[in-house]
Design a protein around this ligand. Structure first.
Ligand code: PMP
Length: 346
């Protein structure tokens, strides 16, 4: 395994980060703040937020059972995805490896950062082998992206293969667990001590019901979190988001109820979909959505749009010909979708 210094871009490794007013003084004793050129009026919006989100991380650490120093928070997990490229990949020189199909932002961030993106096609069960990823790596492969449950396929990746990647890859493994709350597979969060080069991504956008506030989480060693924190914008998570996230965590039982409800609805919706004449296959899902192969994805997608119902057409995505990706909604939303699907005529 390479050292973190060997994996980090040299300019980032030696970077002295910007030090904000709130980095330099963050004590609770002071009452007169004249250090950040803020406006003294218009409370509570006049003050910069805590750049390190200490209160929120303390709560999250307690909920997730992890040391707050191993948590990075960003403007969605998308920020963390972009930052790992900026931290570890030399544009025009380094490369990354990912499964295909998977979440589209890994490739977009690779392209933005001018980093070669090497895709390895999943098999017909949407599974992969560690070996197939490892054989396309070379000296300049810095990152491997895995997403489990995977988007858009909905299934968990095989744990034994994920472990093989973690045990055999020299670089950093990003395991995106955005949908893990809906799955029976345990998170890799408890494995961070075992795998010092693992970054686990989770998000407030799915099970936590907070997509609007833009809050993503990265969990890793204190050293990796230190590198991501060093290169982020100073105040990357705004005050309203931090407050709302704390309120959401205070009501954690509600989240657990949503998860149970959505899993139950997923089961019902999958079963009902299977019985539809226009549906050829429903792929098993461990997420809050499922992929269904239909007779004509483009036609059905457009038909549903005409009825004011929007699903995701994945027809042009690798291995997803004639597939629609359906998010599980409320019982009422699912009923409306099913009703429309029943009325569809070829
Ligand atoms: N990872 C996966 C696998 C996703 O599907 C998504 C959103 N669709 C994200 C990350 C992005 O999450 P966020 O809203 O936290 O940026």
């Amino acid at each position: 395994m390479k050292t973190l210094k060997e994996l980090t871009r040299p300019n980032v490794w030696k970077l002295k980060p910007y030090s904000s007013a709130r980095d330099e003084y963050n004590g609770a004793q002071a009452s007169v703040f004249l250090d950040a050129n803020e406006n003294p009026y218009n409370k509570p919006y006049n003050r910069y937020p805590d750049p390190m989100q200490r209160d929120l991380k303390a709560m999250l650490g307690a909920v997730k059972g992890i040391d707050p120093r191993r948590i990075f928070l960003g403007n969605g997990s998308d920020e963390a995805i972009d930052l790992v490229f900026r931290a570890f990949c030399e544009p025009g020189k380094d490369n990354v490896v990912a499964i295909d199909p998977t979440y589209g932002m890994y490739q977009v961030c690779a392209d933005v950062n001018d980093v070669e993106y090497r895709k390895v096609l999943l098999d017909s069960d949407f599974q992969f082998t560690a070996q197939s990823l490892l054989t396309v790596t070379d000296e300049r492969t810095k990152l491997i992206f895995l997403c489990s449950p995977n988007n858009p396929t909905g299934n968990n990746l095989l744990r034994a293969e994920i472990e093989k990647v973690l045990n055999n890859f020299e670089g950093i493994v990003i395991l995106d667990e955005a949908y893990n709350d809906f799955s029976e597979a345990p998170s890799f969060l408890s494995e961070l001590d075992k795998y010092p080069h693992l970054i686990v991504l989770q998000t407030f956008s799915k099970a936590f019901g907070c997509a609007a506030i833009r809050l993503g989480m990265a969990f890793a060693s204190e050293e990796i979190i230190g590198i991501l924190s060093k290169i982020k914008y100073p105040y990357n998570v705004n005050e309203l988001t931090q407050q709302q996230a704390i309120e959401t965590l205070e009501d954690y039982d509600v989240i657990l109820k949503w998860i149970e409800q959505l899993k139950e609805e997923r089961g019902k919706l999958e079963k009902a979909f299977l019985a539809l004449p226009s549906v050829e296959k429903v792929f098993p899902s461990d997420a809050n959505f499922f992929l269904a192969r239909v007779t004509d994805a483009v036609k059905i997608y457009n038909y549903l749009v005409g009825k004011g119902i929007i699903v995701r057409n994945r027809h042009t995505v690798s291995l997803c010909g004639n597939c629609l990706r359906v998010t599980v909604g409320t019982a009422e939303e699912n009923r409306i979708l099913l009703e429309a699907m029943k009325q569809f005529e070829e």
